[in-house]
Design a protein around this ligand. Structure first.
Ligand code: PMT
Length: 405
């Protein structure tokens, strides 16, 4: 799976270091060449010798311990790697990286590399939720670093919660997917922009107007696009889902922010899929302070948000534009109306009253309508499976246009 891929593993000091040993073993078994750098704290848990034996390579622990006089080790390792993985990543290394601090072999190499860097945090649940740690992770997200989210469960500190290093098998699977996607897959070299989740339109600092979208459909579309080889941009409203790796995730809150993010990525996109449930209306005035209860009823005046899809329909040149339509009756009829009025290439219609589909569920039932007049109904299936078949159907119908680009 990973034959000849060069993976640089940066191991920092947490109890999950033992899992990093298994990770090296599994990466090597998958054919990767693995080199390991350890922080001083990581060596408190496992010795470099263990990683040396597992990787069959020297282990680097000290910036000034130059093993080969012909090269400077941290630059050489930084240039050598196809992918750098920090696992486990402590709050400390996350903080240093977010602030550009390079005071040991791991952090100097991380700053020196131009390879993709994946960060797999592992720490106590309260540390993971600490505002400073969240701030640092947000900075790193914005700087283009990818995260392998920790899983939930029993933590070594005795707490139950989020903070366990993702299992080595899963990390290897994600790395394998990452390298497969650069091969000759149907969407290799294509840029796909996906929107997902709801938008929130603020009323005051503690209240908002929104809807029940969980983001599951949009995230499944994004993961399918990435698995088919696309450079994937996921623009996500506020959802409770883990951030997928292998793509750029842009968090937005309101319809206005989503419009801005879609606009930024629209010009060079090949396919744009709008799975998000964007609010059609927002409060006309956002109250700067919490609105106080009054005797009797209250009225909030709403104004229309910009229809992002319609705006993109008016701007499109070569982009294949795919909308969703969430309907409660006459789904196909209304879907066809949206296909035409918003100048779309496809609309994926879901009757959100169907118990097997719609908002929040793991499954969906949809019909794919195209501007050429084709109707393709799909039976109820998991959103993850559905996303894949929807993309396959679109790729098949658009093979000429996609090949021409
Ligand atoms: O997130 P899940 O819980 O998995 O649920 C999935 C889903 C039901 C949200 C998804 O399958 C879906 O149907 N998404 C579109 C929901 C929606 O807003 O439909 P609509 O018919 O109101 O809008 C039609 C299209 O216009 C959509 O592509 C929407 O993104 C877009 N739109 C709408 C309003 C607006 N201001 N800007 C837009 O771009």
């Amino acid at each position: 799976m990973l034959l000849n891929k060069k993976i640089l593993l940066c191991v920092t000091g947490g109890i999950a270091v033992y899992k990093a040993v298994a990770l090296v073993s599994k990466l090597s078994q998958a054919g990767a060449e693995v080199k390991v750098i350890m922080t001083e704290s990581a060596q408190q848990f496992v010795t470099p010798l263990t990683f040396q034996a597992m990787s069959r390579n020297d282990v680097f622990v000290d910036t000034f311990d130059e093993k080969d006089s012909r090269v400077i080790a941290h630059i050489d390792l930084a240039d050598w790697a196809d992918l750098v993985v920090v696992a486990p990543a402590t709050a400390n290394v996350i903080g240093k990286l977010a602030n550009g601090i390079a005071d040991d072999m791991v952090t100097t190499t991380l700053l020196a590399t131009t390879a993709e860097v994946w960060i797999a945090p592992a720490m106590n649940v309260h540390m993971y939720e600490n505002k400073a740690v969240i701030r640092n992770m947000t900075t790193l997200h914005e700087d283009g670093y990818q995260f392998i989210e920790p899983s939930e469960g029993f933590l070594a500190c005795g707490y139950i919660g989020k903070g366990r290093l993702e299992e080595p098998e899963k990390i290897v699977e994600l790395i394998a997917q990452r390298f497969t996607s650069s091969k000759n897959l149907p969407l290799s070299g294509k840029k796909v922009v996906i929107t997902a989740g709801p938008t929130r339109e603020r009323i005051d600092p503690v209240r908002y107007v929104s809807n029940f979208s969980s983001g599951k459909m949009g995230y499944a579309m994004a993961e399918a696009a990435a698995a088919l080889g696309a450079e994937t941009i996921l623009i996500s409203g506020p959802v409770g889902l883990d951030k997928p790796v292998g793509m750029t995730v842009i968090d937005v809150e309101s319809a206005a922010e989503m419009l801005e993010a879609v606009r930024t990525h629209f010009d060079d996109a090949d396919i744009v899929v709008k799975s998000a449930a964007v609010a059609d209306y927002r409060p006309k005035d956002i109250h700067p302070e919490k609105m106080k209860k009054q005797a009797g009823d209250s009225v909030i005046e709403l104004e229309r948000t910009t229809d992002i899809l319609r705006t993109m329909g008016g701007m499109k040149t070569h982009q294949i534009l795919v909308g969703f339509a969430a309907e409660t009756n006459n789904a196909v009829g209304y879907g066809m109306g949206k296909l035409e009025s918003k100048n779309l290439d496809y609309v994926i219609v879901n009757d959100v009253t169907d118990p097997a589909g719609g908002f929040g569920s793991d499954t969906n039932v949809v019909t794919l309508l195209s501007k050429r007049g084709t109707h393709q109904p799909f039976q109820a299936m998991a959103k993850t499976a559905l996303a894949k078949v929807l993309f396959e159907a679109i790729i098949q119908e658009e093979s000429e246009q996609l090949n021409d680009r």
